[in-house]
Design a binder for this molecule. Structure first.
Ligand code: NAI
Length: 283
């Protein structure tokens, strides 16, 4: 089955990025959000990023026009009826995702693959609300989607080889590199990244070094492009805490204990860049 038309559900920072790369790769794309304002904002962001790419001579003006022509807004999940692949990127909440997948199972044609961009929720559990668990899969893009090359492809317990292959081929067409990952808490990316960020927060909490110096250690000592605390602010401290909780509870292992300082910052509303304050202050 060749994938030609894609629907992306959720037009936030991830969904808009996913819709953009799919349209740039030549797929017809429907972008849906239950919130009309979010949908408009997502589409505007895509246009802005494409315009910037033209200015920087990364793409031509025609590429931009063609991409935007392939991208259409959708106001109803029912529009999934014309799609071969649906990629869900709504909020990280099992109840919300379960409802979306239940509806998609009704609206999307029988052959369609249903993928989720979840960063931590079990694919097997999301698949279980549908009558096609063999056609449900994790397609975990990295943020910002147009820039980052990696996609983790996560197999649920019942994901078929055909579904896996179709998504692996699709990912290659998006000019991304994929890795195959099992359906365990944090998958691979967050299982490795988040404990490092959490440990960096412990280092600050225990007075090992200052925020700036912890970041310097990893940037200048380990050649990371960004320090772990800068990165945590960028991801969002609430998201970091949420993923640490998933690891802690999922493995029932104290090595994933979220740092008390991280909890305190989240309680204070210091969520990182998006709230104006995290480990650093933003204007
Ligand atoms: P976001 O909050 O920017 O966007 C979510 C969008 O989904 C919002 O526009 C909201 O209106 C919409 N939405 C919520 N419920 C909906 C529903 N029932 N139907 C249609 N639209 C609905 O969130 P973000 O950051 O884009 O995350 C989306 C997903 O991607 C989450 O599962 C997250 O864990 C995952 N993810 C996030 C990354 C990040 O760095 N932010 C990285 C990789 C994955």
């Amino acid at each position: 089955m060749a994938i030609q038309k894609v629907m992306v559900i959720g037009a936030g920072q991830m969904g808009a990025g996913i819709a953009q790369v799919c349209a740039q790769a030549g797929f017809d794309v429907l972008l849906h959000d239950m919130n009309t304002e979010a949908l408009e904002k997502g589409l505007k962001n895509i246009e802005k990023l494409l315009t910037r790419a033209v200015v920087k001579e990364r793409i031509t003006d025609k590429d931009k026009t063609d991409t935007l022509n392939r991208l259409k807004p959708s106001n109803h999940l029912k529009d999934a009826q014309s799609c071969d692949l649906v990629i869900e990127a709504v909020v990280e909440n099992m109840d919300v995702k379960a409802k979306v997948f239940g509806d998609l199972d009704v609206f999307a044609p029988k052959h369609a693959i249903l993928a989720t961009n979840t960063s931590s929720l079990p694919i097997t559990e999301i698949a279980a609300v549908t009558n096609r668990p063999d056609q449900v899969i994790g397609m975990h893009f990295m943020n910002p989607v147009p820039v980052m090359k990696l996609v983790e492809i996560i197999r649920g317990l019942q994901t078929s080889d055909e579904t896996y292959q179709a998504i692996e081929e699709m990912t290659a067409k998006l000019n991304k590199t994929s890795v195959e990952v099992a359906d365990l808490p944090g998958f691979a990316a967050n299982r490795i990244l988040m404990p490092m960020i959490n440990e960096a927060i412990f280092a600050v909490h225990e007075g090992v070094a200052s925020v700036e110096d912890v970041d310097k250690v990893m940037k200048l000592g380990m050649n990371h492009p960004m320090g772990p605390l800068t990165l945590a602010d960028f991801i969002g401290l609430d998201t970091c805490l949420y993923i640490m909780e998933v690891l802690y509870e999922g493995f029932n292992d104290s090595k994933y204990r979220p740092c008390p300082l991280l909890r305190q910052y989240v309680k204070a509303g210091w969520l990182g860049k998006k709230s104006g304050r995290g480990f650093y202050q933003y204007n």
